[in-house]
Write a protein that binds this ligand. Structure first.
Ligand SMILES: [Mg+2]
Length: 239
């Protein structure tokens, strides 16, 4: 039995496409063009930069989930002239945070080949056990999988908020192996983020498949993943 440990966002669930749609609806819903005097693309690009920095800080434990949830919106509003300390802007940021998570989980876009791969794997239950490994917010990840109809393929859901550690922390992967009660060599991590998924798996000796659809360069000085693919359909040949 091979234990497949599969990342969710940007590996199975089309995070970027789904987030774009949600964000665009939010931008209109909250009248942000009028409030910030900025077009959607400029606002969204700035949000992405701010969100990436805050997520890194969240992974490192220097900001809390609540701070991340609020600040990614309040800091973006501040970047376009709003006072991020004013009660009105804090209230607006909180409403945006709720909207973004709730509406985001209603999106169903998947990465190319996701459903086909999961169907193929699920027909071989004696060969493969499927688990999700994700750092995303618990209240978003399970509903997302349910809405897009992929939750039923998985026997285990390993969420960082439940485990108390986030990828790439080796303790996240150790907790997964421990709960599955299998050796690292019997697992295979599949993920799109080299530093989060692949480096994390390497640190505990789990073989890895780097799903790299945009052909990002291997980070300098880092070891090659066990396998690299650019489309999920290529996974079948490896297994
Ligand atoms: Mg990912």
């Amino acid at each position: 039995m091979l234990y497949l440990l599969i990342d969710l966002d940007r590996t199975l669930w089309d995070f970027d496409g789904n987030a774009d749609r949600t964000y665009k609806a939010m931008f209109e819903q909250f009248g942000l063009e009028q409030l910030c005097h900025v077009d959607f693309n400029t606002f969204h690009e700035r949000y992405r930069q701010i969100n990436d920095v805050l997520w890194e800080a969240y992974r490192n434990g220097t900001v809390t989930k609540e701070q991340l949830s609020l600040r990614r919106f309040s800091y973006t509003l501040a970047a376009f002239g709003c006072d991020s300390n004013s009660p009105d802007i804090i209230r607006l940021s909180l409403r945006m945070a709720d909207y973004y998570v709730i509406e985001g989980t209603k999106q169903t876009g998947l990465m190319p080949g996701t459903r086909d791969l999961l169907e193929w794997l699920s027909k071989q239950k004696d060969r493969f056990s499927l688990s999700v490994i994700t750092n995303g917010f618990s209240e978003a990840q399970i509903p997302k999988m349910r809405t897009s109809g992929i939750d039923r393929y998985f026997s285990h859901f390993f969420l960082s908020e439940d485990l108390g550690f986030m990828k790439p922390d080796r303790r996240f992967f150790e907790a997964v192996i421990h709960q599955l009660n299998v050796p690292a060599s019997q697992c295979l991590v599949i993920g799109d983020d080299y530093r989060v998924d692949i480096a994390g798996a390497q640190s505990v000796g789990i073989p890895q498949v780097w799903y790299n659809p945009k052909s990002v360069a291997l980070p300098a000085g880092m070891p090659r993943p066990t396998f690299e693919i650019s489309h999920l359909s290529q996974l079948k040949a490896l297994l």
